[in-house]
Design a protein around this ligand. Structure first.
Ligand SMILES: [Zn+2]
Length: 309
């Protein structure tokens, strides 16, 4: 059974100005690298559907969903927060990005795909229950997780977030939902300046000091995440896959390299095989320097799909 590769052409039409780091080129950089490495050939390619309002409402308030829809401009840009803007294509792109997580969930739970990688933007993990921010509008993984919980009746889902930034949106959505365990690492004292004090008992937050490097990252995973995951026994795992902790990415200073992303993905795959029938859905979050983004994402996907290309 092949893993799924899910994206949509509209994800490239959303843009926030030429100087904005969350650029449309991110999608093509990852796609091209997966193609060059022969990884796409080992996957089934799927087009992301639009998430429905009912699906979005599993993770966001209806008034918030309507407010994002109503803010969409017909030309130019509308600023949603200091870092986050909508152009005329943003709303459709955001619906497809969340829809990708829903389709990935459907395919993996139905046994039609072993795992899935969603190469989509806008990203999602800073989007809260009723607030956009940090380049995010809808929390894609959160929509997928609630779909798995509420439509398929799964009881325990782990969300792994290795983006360099704390996933404040995911924490906001899941802090009172003990069906979900969030394990995250992030760089301390950078945007969004949260995470040091977890908002719920169902989260393992590890703030890593600037420049702490591969060793500290791997120690956090081994000593903090893995014991919690063993106890929790997730039935499915979602990944907020942000690659902005790479040492060549100026957005953070954790100093990670491709091998770290391959290594952490292998640890996640092992937990998934042990407890979750191997079920993993991974959604792109950050990663802004195109070359290291593409290399790190390819290292991640190669392990995720279990191919020795
Ligand atoms: Zn990030």
């Amino acid at each position: 059974m092949l893993s799924a590769y899910i994206s949509h052409p509209d994800c490239v039409k959303h843009e926030m100005g030429h100087m904005h780091p969350e650029s449309p080129e991110r999608i093509g950089a990852i796609h091209d690298m997966l193609l060059i490495k022969g990884l796409i050939d080992c996957m089934q390619t799927c087009e992301a559907p639009l998430a429905t309002e009912q699906q979005l409402a599993q993770a966001h308030s209806i008034p918030y969903i309507h407010s994002i829809a109503s803010m969409a401009p017909t030309e130019g840009y509308v600023r949603v927060d200091p870092d986050t803007m909508m152009n005329p294509y943003t709303y459709q792109a955001a619906l497809h990005a969340a829809g990708a997580a829903v389709l990935a969930t459907d395919l993996v739970i139905a046994g039609k795909a072993s795992t899935a990688f969603c190469n989509v933007r806008p990203p999602g993990h800073h989007a809260e229950y009723d607030a956009a921010g940090g380049f995010c509008f809808f929390n894609n993984v959160a929509v997928g997780i609630r779909h798995a919980l509420n439509v398929y009746g799964l009881a325990r889902i782990a969300l792994i977030d290795f983006d360099v930034h704390h996933g404040n949106g995911s924490e906001d959505i899941f802090h009172a939902d003990e069906r979900v365990l969030i394990c995250s690492t992030f760089e301390d004292k950078i945007y969004p300046f949260s995470g040091n004090q977890p908002r719920g008992k169902n989260m393992v937050n590890v703030a890593l000091p600037s420049r702490s490097g591969s060793e500290a990252f791997r120690a956090a995973v081994t000593e903090k995440w893995l014991p919690a995951l063993e106890t929790f026994k997730p039935e499915m795992i979602f990944i907020s896959a942000g690659f902005d902790g790479h040492r060549e990415d100026d957005m953070g200073n954790l100093g990670l390299v491709e091998n770290d992303y391959a290594w952490v993905t292998q640890r996640i795959v092992e937990v998934a095989r042990h407890h979750a029938n191997g079920r993993i859905v991974s959604c792109l979050e950050g990663g802004y320097e195109l070359s290291p983004l593409a290399r790190a994402a390819a290292a991640h996907v190669k392990v995720l799909i279990g191919v020795d290309c």
